[in-house]
Design a protein around this ligand. Structure first.
Ligand code: FAD
Ligand code: SF4
Length: 630
């Protein structure tokens, strides 16, 4: 490269770095007790480097445009402006709808970098403080670079997450030869004990954790990518599929395997495979206890959650990989059992298409990171790439003739509320997701769960910028935090073939129920003793009484809420009506022999509870159907 290009590049990098550093100083002023911008900028740039190019670009352009606004208002960039001048720019920008939207996105990036850096010592110390609950499991994993170009097997399973792992286990234990192809890599517990939180977060999730369902409001939708899929990063909460949901799948979708009498034994098997048990009170932490206490004062039903985490010590790091190997993701149970029965896993290989021959499945083609191709030939293909990746894969394979492929997406959307307590709560000392308030579940499909984030990584829920944000951060240890989810209508879809795009229109009914979720969460927190509740509602972010809470809800618009979701399902649903369901009731893809789907896509509707157990139960049942034809 000519020296002048190198020079221009490094000048551009210098400008980008300075504008990010100025922005960090404006959001978290060091003069007010904020972190050193020079340290945070390094972590932020590292975090951005994991993001797909559009997010990286948006981060840099956002910083440049806020700096340009500072030049306009103050005649100085943020880096050289005085603290008062920076504060004024931020106040002017956040007073406009567009400015506050841009600021929310930028703030999330900056707080992720600042929070994970400031908490990294605590996170790593907590990880090192206790022995692992169990060693890494013995799994037959071969990185794609060392896997032969062409192999033959009885079954190829695409994806090693909740659905793929248990299907592979069932098929391998029945005597079929199985190869699982996984795009992510294998992680060891040592990496979870020693890795910086920002690197763990950004590499364990698809697209550096920046997946968003587009719509009003946009919905943040993180999705795991690793050997073990999203179970490596999930919170370990376990619910059996509610009986009413099973009956509606049976009666409305014609999904015969959902009949409770037939399906319950599969749920029993998953329960025992995952070693599910209620969260013990001695590791629950204050956050979960306060939710139970608040609910009981209201006379509402609440209890410790059931989890698959035997040996958990409540270090609150589930979302960035459990440093104790306590959370019992499928990499610690189903995959080792599949391996013991002869199944092999190819990691770091992305399946590009399903191969077809004479009107039936013939195997898959996958690409290694260097661009070279692998072929795994098999007469049976089980697609378990997850709800958002399975439809694009079917499209790439020209198996999307059914008009409902990619449609019918439900997200189980969630909002967060926080309550400020007189005494420190330190929500991150204890189990990350620990207790539930189920009072409104049966009638309204609303479930509240006491949920924290790993230390330092939840600060994006805090209101304000500048001095006020620094004050909020200083008081974050007094906040009790609740997440609330709504069993939604299937109002989204997944489009695209090579690059996934997720679209989601929050329905009016679900938007109103999200507001009810905030109301219910606020009431629980106030009953538990909160002196104020952070609602996440613009203009009403802080309320101090039930009257103020009701007023905030009355003025809120669902499209302005900060919504996240963790439970996408339904995009290649199974059912009896060939017009409505791409899969038949055995999980087989209609119109093609030898292709089954066994992941979150299969569920006809939102299961109304955290879905991993439902997905695994259906996957076991579908594997049983495959075996009937083997
Ligand atoms: C932060 C978080 C917390 C959660 N907490 C809970 C919880 O407490 N309880 C609960 O029940 N649920 C929880 N969930 C949801 C739950 O983990 C998922 O619903 C479940 O894991 C989905 O299973 P799946 O098999 O559909 O997909 P995944 O588990 O996501 O597995 C799909 C796998 O396929 C791989 N893949 C995708 N495309 C390809 C390709 N082309 N080639 C090869 N491989 C591919 C992916 O890399 C991935 O590893 C949580 C989710 C998140 C994000
Ligand atoms: S809280 Fe989560 S990360 Fe920590 S030990 Fe328990 S399961 Fe593992």
């Amino acid at each position: 490269m000519p020296p002048t290009s190198n020079l221009k590049r490094s000048q551009a990098a210098g400008i980008a770095g300075r504008s990010l550093q100025g922005l960090i100083a404006a959001l978290l002023p060091p003069e007010e007790g904020g972190p050193d911008p020079a340290t945070v900028v390094g972590v932020l740039e590292r975090f951005l480097s994991y993001q797909p190019p559009p997010i990286r670009l948006a981060g840099h352009l956002g910083a440049l445009s806020i700096n340009a606004a500072s030049l306009l208002f103050n005649g100085r960039t943020l880096a050289s402006a005085s603290p008062d001048q920076r504060e004024k720019v931020m106040a002017r920008l956040t007073s406009t709808v567009v400015g506050s939207g841009v600021m929310d996105g930028i703030k999330a990036l900056v707080l992720m970098a600042a929070g994970s850096e400031s908490a990294s010592t605590e996170i790593l110390a907590a990880a090192a403080a206790t022995e692992t609950a169990r060693p890494d499991a013995v799994i037959d994993v071969t990185p794609a670079g060392s896997w032969p170009s062409t192999t033959h097997t009885d079954v190829v399973v695409i994806g090693s997450g909740a659905g793929g792992a248990v299907a592979a286990m069932e098929l391998a234990e029945a005597g079929l030869s199985v190869v699982i192809v996984e795009e992510g890599r294998r992680w060891t517990v040592d990496e979870f004990r020693t890795g910086h939180p920002v690197d763990r977060y950004a590499s364990l999730y698809r697209d550096g954790g920046s997946t968003v369902a587009l719509g009003l409001p946009p919905v943040v939708l993180p999705i795991g990518r690793a050997v073990g899929g999203t179970t490596v990063v999930n919170s370990g909460t376990c619910f059996r599929t509610p009986r009413s949901v099973l009956e509606s799948w049976r009666d409305k979708a014609g999904l015969t395997m959902a009949d409770p009498a037939f399906f319950n034994p599969f749920l029993d098997r998953v329960w025992s495979l995952l070693q599910v048990a209620p969260v013990p009170l001695d590791i629950m932490g204050n956050n979960g206890k306060l939710a139970i206490e608040g609910a009981r004062k209201l006379g509402w039903a609440a209890a410790p959650l059931d989890r698959n985490a035997p040996g958990c010590d409540g270090c609150c790091q589930c979302a960035i990989g459990c440093p104790r190997n306590a959370k019992f993701g499928v990499h610690l149970n189903a995959l080792p059992r599949a391996s013991a029965a002869g199944a092999r896993i190819v990691s770091e290989a992305r399946v590009t298409k399903i191969l077809l021959e004479g009107g039936r499945a013939a195997g898959v083609e996958a690409v290694r990171s260097d661009g070279s191709l692998i072929k795994i030939m098999a007469p049976r293909v089980v697609v378990a790439a997850g709800t958002t990746e399975t439809p694009p894969l079917l499209r790439r394979s020209r198996l999307n003739w059914h008009p409902m492929v990619g449609k019918n997406l439900a997200l189980h959307p969630a909002v967060g509320v926080a309550g400020r307590m007189e005494e420190p709560v330190v929500a991150w000392h204890g189990v990350l997701q620990s207790s539930s308030v189920s009072e409104l579940h049966a009638e309204q499909g609303i479930m509240l769960e006491a949920t924290s984030t790993p230390p330092g990584m939840g600060s994006m829920v805090l209101p304000g910028v500048g001095r006020r944000l620094v004050e909020e951060l200083a008081g974050a240890d007094h906040l009790a935090t609740l997440g609330g989810m709504v069993a939604d209508e299937s109002s989204g879809r997944v489009v695209g073939a090579n690059r996934t795009t997720i679209l989601y229109n929050l329905s009016k009914r679900d938007g109103l129920r999200l507001l009810e979720t905030i109301r219910a969460g606020g009431k629980v927190l106030m009953a538990a003793g909160a002196t104020e509740v952070l609602t996440g509602i613009p203009g009403y972010s802080r309320v101090r009484s039930e009257v103020e809470l009701d007023d905030a809800i009355a003025h809120a618009r669902p499209r302005d809420l900060h919504v996240a979701a963790f439970h996408p399902v339904g995009t290649v649903a199974a059912g009896s009506d060939p017009e409505r369901y791409p899969l038949d009731p055995s999980g087989a893809l209609r119109g093609m022999s030898g292709v089954w789907v066994a992941d979150g896509s299969v569920l006809p509707t939102c299961p109304a509870v955290n879905p991993q157990v439902s997905i695994m139960g259906l996957s076991l049942a579908i594997a049983g159907e495959i075996l009937k034809k083997a």
